[in-house]
Design a protein around this ligand. Structure first.
Ligand code: TMP
Ligand code: MG
Length: 297
C-alpha cells in the first residue's frame, strides 16, 4: 500500500518505488521531505551511523566486516586473540539485535562487549602505522552510491556528521581510501590512543556503544554545537540505537529518519516501521538517500 501512496504523493523521488522500501506514514514522509526542501541546503545536516549503514552489511551472500571486525580479522591479531574476539561477537551480537530485550537490559551488556573487545585489541600491540594496510587488505565495502552521497553533500556544503560506535581510526581510513573524506565530514567515534612509539595502549573515552549514541557522549564535542543552526536533519542508521543520534541538536524542525533493516528482517520489521520514517529492507545501496537528496538539493 505505502509504495503506491509515495509514488502519487512524491513522484519526484522515484527511488521510493523500490521494492526494498517500506513506509508506515507516507504522508508524513512526503511532508518532511517537502519541508526540508523548502528550508534549503543551508539548514540541512546529515547525521549518520557508519557500520552497516554507510558500509555494506553483505555482498554475494557473505557478511561484510564492521570497523571492529576489520581489526579482528587482520594479520596483526594472534589466533588466540581472533578466537576470543569471535566468541564475544557470537555471544553479544544476538543480544544487540534482539527485538525482545529492552534497551535498559542491553546497555550494560554492550558496555561489557565493547570493554572486553577493546581490552583484547589492546593486548595485540597494534601499530598506528599498520591501520592503512589493514583496511586495504580487508573486505570492507561502502554501500553502492556512496560516491554520489558524499559528493552531493560536499558540493552543497551540507555537514555530514558520522556518529559511530565502531573504531574511529579504522572508519576514517576507509573513507580516506574511498577518496570521500571531504572537509564537511566530521566523525565522533571510539578512537585509539597510541603510545610514543605508535603502539595501541588503550581506547580514548568516552566509550561509545550501540545504545549510548546520544547527548551523553557528545558533550564537549565542539563540532556538534556548531550544528545547532542546521534544523533540518536526515538521520541514517541501522540499529534501534541510532535513533537518538540527533538528540543533542537543540532545535530540530524537520527530521527524516531512514533505517537500514539488514538482519532478522521479519522479526524486527514492526519495531523498525514504528521507529524509522523510511525502512530499507536488505537494500545494500544508498539509492533512496541519494534520490531524496537529489530532489531536496
Ligand atoms: P556502529 O554504531 O558504527 O554501527 O558500530 C557498532 C557496530 O560494531 C555494532 O553493530 C556492533 C559492532 N561490533 C563488532 O562488530 N565487534 C566488536 O567487537 C564490537 C565491540 C562491536
Ligand atoms: Mg551500525
Amino acid at each position: 500500500v505505502c509504495v503506491c501512496v509515495c509514488v502519487c504523493v512524491c513522484p519526484q523521488v522515484p527511488e521510493l518505488q523500490k521494492t526494498t522500501v517500506r513506509i508506515q506514514q507516507p504522508e508524513r514522509v512526503m511532508g518532511v521531505i517537502s519541508a526540508i526542501k523548502e528550508q534549503g541546503s543551508s539548514k540541512l545536516q546529515v547525521i549518520s551511523d557508519f557500520d552497516m549503514t554507510l558500509s555494506r552489511f553483505g555482498c554475494n551472500g557473505r557478511r561484510c566486516p564492521t570497523s571492529h571486525n576489520i581489526l579482528d580479522n587482520s594479520r596483526v591479531i594472534s589466533e588466540d586473540g581472533k578466537k576470543k574476539l569471535k566468541d564475544l561477537l557470537q555471544h553479544y551480537y544476538p543480544i544487540e539485535i534482539d527485538p525482545n530485550r529492552s534497551l535498559e537490559e542491553k546497555r550494560p551488556l554492550m558496555v561489557e562487549w565493547w570493554t572486553r573487545a577493546h581490552e583484547l585489541l589492546t593486548q595485540q600491540k597494534i601499530q598506528k602505522g599498520d591501520i592503512a594496510q589493514i583496511v586495504r587488505e580487508s573486505d570492507v565495502m561502502l554501500r553502492d552510491g556512496f560516491n554520489e552521497l558524499f559528493d552531493q553533500l560536499h558540493k552543497y556544503n551540507v555537514p555530514m556528521f558520522i556518529f559511530s560506535a565502531g573504531v574511529g581510526d579504522v572508519l576514517e581510513e576507509i573513507i580516506r581510501q574511498a577518496n570521500v573524506f571531504y572537509p564537511n565530514v566530521n566523525v565522533v567515534s571510539n578512537y585509539m590512543d597510541f603510545d610514543d612509539s605508535g603502539v595501541l595502549k588503550c581506547f580514548k573515552s568516552p566509550l561509545i556503544h550501540t545504545y549510548n549514541k546520544n547527548n551523553s557522549v557528545l558533550q564537549g564535542t565542539a563540532y556538534f554545537q556548531q550544528l545547532s543552526t542546521r534544523t533540518s536533519i536526515i538521520l541514517l542508521g541501522d540499529s534501534m540505537g541510532d535513533l537518538t543520534m540527533a538528540d543533542g541538536v537543540p532545535s530540530v524542525e524537520n527530521i527524516l529518519k531512514i533505517g537500514f533493516l539488514n538482519d532478522k528482517v521479519e522479526e524486527r520489521r514492526g519495531k523498525y516501521l514504528d521507529a524509522y520514517d523510511i525502512v530499507l529492507e536488505s537494500d545494500e545501496t544508498l539509492d533512496v538517500v541519494n534520490g531524496i537528496l537529489r530532489y531536496i538539493l
